[in-house]
Design a protein around this ligand. Structure first.
Ligand code: NAI
Length: 302
């Protein structure tokens, strides 16, 4: 039997934990001993409305299973809301070890038709929301030299999807935030990783078609709980997860075409080297922007 992964004496904050994926994370973290702040605004999929009932239900379910949790109803979409969510962890449990940025809304429209109000609303919850919640937690984690941060990205942003310019931009923005918090958190024992999930929830029940049956939210849970654990000793990675598939997504760069030190090629020369420039057969996966620059440095030195 392998060692069990447990969360004794650890405090987790899960945003948007009143339903869907977030609820499964909160339940499993609590089942394994974490004390959990269950944040949820309790609104609808498009972000309108709000109620305490969703977060309360998750807390009731955790308590019924013998776990410990506290509800928080603040919106991640404001800085005050994010601060209040982390303050709830500090007031109730004294610290924060884990943040799972999961809260989300949808306002899908084609790029030609999307209203700026829908762009702002989606960026506020997904991208700014992760800033609002993670920054105050990061301060605490930095002081205690330990932390686990999970961001929820999406294939819609990483690979692109029709009708989701606002959502895709927010989700890919989270990859950038993950990259930098991973780099900055490294010396403080703070690991940051991102997931791109696929699961049947109220958000996706009309979008997934026949695939819906095959993608249970509980299939995402073990990965997120692992990324949130002390056992997870890597950082700065993007994982895709859904329907029983667990895999890595990465951002790489190829060697490309080197025109020569000091060279300013013509437009035609660039055109004539497109095969080398666009080649994806061999590549590296840099762990920070300096590593990519080092590749240029090597070419310049050749
Ligand atoms: P869901 O709608 O069941 O869960 C989202 C939760 O976030 C809801 O409970 C909602 O009340 C809460 N929420 C919304 N705005 C909030 C705010 N301002 N403050 C606090 N809570 C707020 O949907 P689901 O599928 O569980 O989504 C969870 C995350 O996974 C989201 O970030 C979503 O974008 C992402 N995701 C889900 C995919 C899927 O296939 N279900 C695919 C890719 C990403």
């Amino acid at each position: 039997m392998t060692d069990q992964i447990v969360f004794d004496n650890q405090v987790a904050v899960v945003t948007g934990a009143g339903g869907g994926l977030g609820k499964t994370y909160a339940l499993e973290l609590a089942r394994r001993g974490a004390r959990v702040v269950v944040n949820d605004l309790g609104g609808s999929v498009d972000g309108s409305g709000g109620a305490s009932s969703m977060a309360d239900q998750t807390v009731a379910d955790i308590e019924a299973a013998g776990g410990e949790a506290v509800a928080n109803y603040d919106s991640v979409a404001t800085q005050e809301g994010g601060a209040a969510i982390i303050q709830t962890a500090l007031d109730s449990f004294g610290t924060v070890d884990i943040v799972v940025n999961n809260a989300g809304i949808l306002r899908d429209k084609s790029f030609a038709n999307v209203e700026m109000s829908d762009v702002h609303a989606v960026l506020d919850v997904h991208l700014r929301g992760a800033f609002h919640v993670t920054q105050p937690a990061f301060q605490v984690m930095k002081e205690k030299a330990y932390g686990r941060i999970v961001y929820t990205a999406s294939a819609s942003g990483i690979f692109g999807n029709f009708g989701q310019a606002n959502y895709g931009a927010a989700k890919m923005g989270l990859v950038g935030l993950m990259n930098v918090t991973a780099v900055e958190g490294a010396k403080y024992g703070i690991n940051a990783n991102a997931i791109a999930p696929v699961a049947r929830t109220r958000m996706t029940e009309d979008l997934l078609g026949p695939l819906a049956e095959a993608v249970d939210p509980n299939q995402v849970t073990p990965l997120v709980v692992y990324l949130a654990s002390q056992n997870c000793d890597f950082s700065h990675e993007i994982w895709t997860v859904g329907g029983g598939r667990y895999a890595r997504i990465f951002v790489g760069t190829n060697r490309g075409w080197f025109a020569g030190k000091g060279a300013v090629p013509s437009v035609e020369e660039v055109r004539d080297h497109l095969d080398e420039i666009r080649d994806v057969e061999s590549y590296i996966v840099p762990s920070n922007s300096m590593e990519e620059l080092m590749m240029l440095g090597q070419m310049l030195a050749e």
